[in-house]
Design a protein around this ligand. Structure first.
Ligand SMILES: CC(=O)SCCNC(=O)CCNC(=O)[C@H](O)C(C)(C)COP(=O)(O)OP(=O)(O)OC[C@H]1O[C@@H](n2cnc3c(N)ncnc32)[C@H](O)[C@@H]1OP(=O)(O)O
Ligand SMILES: CC(C)C(=O)C(=O)O
Length: 738
């Protein structure tokens, strides 16, 4: 880290509430030394914070360390060296126990003398910390003997907090189970005399992955203090993660004075200063730790939030504490600055509860169970087909399209432009008249109907035009969960006994009843909109049914045209065929021909045959590839590449340059500045023989954007790399521009 990064990090630690901060190993380097100086000279250390520095037991390094802290207000000075048999023998060239004791005590006396001198000169308050490096590998009775001698050499330990001598007992390398470490700590605490004149400090590393457990057990075994790092950074597998320790304490009702309520900021500071990422599954902080993908977990979380809202409302009325109790969420994500949006994310493992949760959060609509089941089927088919997660935004858009809630209703649907309902009652029989203006695929007409209720009158009106009889099977109305909207959400299950559909293998079947959804501030209008939504679903092509169209014989026909007319006589990845179906669905849903579908495929994924004389959207004009010399040694050099290319984008020639692990990744990196960031999801390459051009390669590339949009591209060339790069370019453009 630079001095500036260290400063940022230090400030953040202060903000989080740390009162003892190890700021540097001042004798190690100029940066470390000058950072300590800058903290002191700029008055950066708050009055209630102790800065800690450390040094090995070497006289010249101790002196240098003291020079760095001249003028400091209060300092914890750590002197450390190893005492374990392996270190005595290997590092110190066969020092005896007595010589180790002498090393420790003679250097303690040096520290003591300098501390006295600096106190007199600068008024600095000192606390002495003696670190028995590799404590957990050292004979426990020898540690007690050594520390007793060090305490005597220090010679001024007292029982007041600042007088206590501190002993740091590291598991420098975590070589045994946490229970073993805790036993060693307990032994130390119970065998040292005058325990009240000491502070016993833990310093746990994570080589066995149990540093958190070792620290927690060590505390229970009698220790007073723990040294660690944010996010467990540190040598090898790191030091214990202080964030996990602190939040573990909070969850047990033990306040520890640290504040991690703005976890996103802590993550930002950490990643910017250290250049290290926080793993997605890191306890309390990782991107995914409050996220459920699994259906049954999502169900529990959804029910948990609903039950908790009721419980909290009651607690508020009764003036009681609001307790957190949600299945699968051990704490409220908001307590650590996380939003609820990411609590549920949907992929093929998810269930109805998850999708219902997202609709509830984003559209404020509480779906009845049967609608949850129906819509879940739609989402599940898509996640399965695309083998990916759907974003909340995609789920909401799918919901609106599926139930025709969008203003941008799919073409070919019935829309209600204006209408009025008049209710009368004669001889105690209620009567309603519906009068409205509707459009069907752009054609406008008037409708009129009568019935005992406004809904019946509307259905009568539509029936008078279509000649079909609809029956209402089930109906629900509920208020929007957003009370300020004042909207009513209606759900109607409508059947049309005469409606028929055709499956992909040609069988005729009765169309199942369909749910419709309507949202309006007026109760009657909301109901009528729900009925219209159901009618549209029963009789008009929805995105889903169009998808089915391309699953059948039409799909075979499209593939045949692609092979015959466009030289794509190789198996096209199934997921890519599905992507074509999606595009057709989003375009014109009413009866697309196989020729049109094939032309769309080529124009969209292949960029070979622009329709209507459109300019070619993207093309690879030329490129060169070079290996990147690596600073990490010759073994690494072979793994990095640089691509320099010229591409045509919307009629303009543009240079692109990027590095990556291979040619395609390098190009995608270079394109991120031009079209947006995308990552490679998959690539398939197949040889093909074209009558006119001979042997060629076809590359299919799939990429994904940060917002989880997926894009496909196809490249065809006799040179394999050219085909792959062409495909990658088109995939990136498709992904970012559609
Ligand atoms: C326990 C921990 O892990 S604390 C974190 C340790 N951090 C660091 O080591 C980072 C900073 N360290 C450094 O920058 C350097 O190692 C320095 C400045 C401390 C010393 O550098 P150098 O003088 O080049 O020596 P080097 O690092 O090779 O040290 C090894 C020598 O110190 C001795 N030594 C090692 N640890 C200690 C110690 N804690 N106390 C006394 N002597 C020690 C070794 O026996 C060896 O002595 P020898 O040369 O007589 O055989
Ligand atoms: C300096 C000491 C405490 C250390 O880092 C270790 O032994 O792990």
């Amino acid at each position: 880290m630079t001095v500036q990064q260290k400063r940022t990090f230090f400030r953040h630690l202060v903000q989080c509430g740390f009162k003892e901060i190890e700021v540097a190993f001042p004798a190690a380097s100029e940066t470390e030394f000058s950072f300590v100086r800058s903290l002191i000279e700029d008055g950066e250390v708050p009055d209630d914070v102790w800065m800690q520095v450390l040094t090995p037991a070497r006289a010249e390094l101790i002196h240098r360390t003291f020079e760095s802290i001249a003028g400091a207000r209060q300092v914890i000075f750590m002197l450390f060296h190893a005492a374990a048999p392996c270190f005595r023998e290997v590092v110190f060239g066969g020092k005896s126990k007595a010589e180790i004791i002498d090393l420790a005590t003679s250097h303690t006396r040096i520290v003591r003398a300098l501390a006295d001198e600096y106190s007199a000169k600068y008024g600095t308050k000192f606390r002495f910390l003696y670190g028995v490096e590799a404590f957990s590998q050292t004979e426990p009775e020898f540690v007690v003997e050594l520390c007793t001698k060090v305490k005597e050499a220090w010679g001024r330990a007292g029982t007041r907090f600042e007088e206590r001598i501190m002993f740091n007992l590291p598991s420098t390398v975590e070589i045994s189970p946490p229970t073993h470490y805790a036993d060693q700590i307990e032994y130390f605490c119970t065998h040292m005399g005058n325990r009240d004149e000491m502070i016993v400090s833990l310093h746990t590393h994570n080589d066995r992955g149990t540093a958190v457990a070792a620290s927690e057990l060590g505390l229970m075994a009698g220790a007073d203090r723990i040294e660690g790092c944010l996010f467990g950074n540190g040598e090898r597998c790191g030091n214990v993660d202080l964030i996990t320790l602190a939040l573990n304490l909070y969850t047990q009702g033990v306040p520890c004075g640290l504040d991690f309520s703005d976890m996103p900021r802590t993550i930002d500071v950490y990643t910017q200063c250290t250049g290290m990422p926080v793993p997605a599954r890191h306890p309390y902080a990782g991107e995914l730790v409050f996220t459920a993908f699994s259906g049954s977990h999502q169900d529990g979380i959804k029910k948990g939030f609903e039950a908790q809202a009721a419980r909290h409302a009651q607690a508020e009325r009764e003036g009681k504490r609001k307790m957190w109790m949600v299945p699968y969420l051990p704490l409220d994500p908001e307590d650590v600055g996380r939003v609820y949006e990411a609590v549920i994310r949907v992929n093929a493992q998810s269930g109805k509860g998850g999708t219902a949760f997202i609709i509830r959060r984003h559209l404020h609509v509480d779906l009845p169970r049967a609608v949850q089941q129906e819509f879940y089927g739609v989402v599940q088919r898509r996640t399965d087909r695309e083998a990916r997660e759907l974003s909340a935004d995609e789920i909401v858009r799918t919901f609106k399209a599926y139930y025709h809630l969008d203003d941008r209703a799919s073409r070919g649907t019935l829309t209600l432009d204006s209408f009025a309902v008049k209710e009368t009652s004669s001889e105690r029989v209620p009567m309603a008249t519906f009068q409205g203006q509707m459009s069907d695929d752009g054609k406008t007409f008037s409708l009129r109907g009568e019935g005992s209720t406004p809904l019946a009158a509307f259905l009568d009106a539509v029936q008078s035009r279509t000649g079909l009889e609809y029956s209402v099977i089930e109906m629900h109305q509920r208020a929007s969960l957003n009370p300020t909207s004042g909207e009513i959400v209606s759900f109607i299950l409508l059947a049309d006994p005469n409606s028929r559909g055709v499956t992909s293998n040609g069988d005729v079947h009765h169309n199942a009843p369909c749910w419709g959804v309507g949202i309006d501030a007026d109760r009657t209008r909301s109901l009528i909109r729900a009925a219209l939504s159901a009618i549209n679903r029963l009789h008009r092509a929805s995105t889903d049914t169009l998808h089915e169209t391309l699953n059948g014989s039409t799909r075979e026909e499209v593939l045949r045209i692609l092979a015959d007319q466009y030289a794509l006589s190789v198996p096209i990845p199934y997921a890519m065929q599905d992507a074509l179906a999606e595009i057709c669905a989003a375009g014109d849903v009413a009866g697309i021909s196989p020729d049109q579908a094939a032309a769309w495929f080529v124009a969209r994924f292949y960029h070979r045959a622009p329709r209507n004389g459109d300019a070619l959207k993207a093309a690879l004009l030329g490129f060169s590839i070079a290996r990147v010399p690596s600073s990490s040694g010759p073994g690494e050099a072979a793994k990095r590449m640089r691509v320099q290319a010229t591409v045509l984008l919307h009629g303009r020639e543009q240079p692109v340059e990027g590095t990556g692990s291979d040619a395609v990744n390098s190009l995608l990196t270079g394109l991120s500045g031009l079209v947006g960031f995308v990552a490679l999801r998959g690539m398939e390459v197949r040889p093909v023989t074209e009558p006119a051009r001979g042997r060629q390669n076809v590359a299919f590339v799939q990429v994904e954007s940060e917002k989880h949009q997926v894009g496909w591209g196809v490249g065809l060339d006799e040179d394999l790399t050219t085909a792959m790069l062409q495909a990658a370019l088109i995939a990136a453009v498709n992904c970012c521009e559609h």
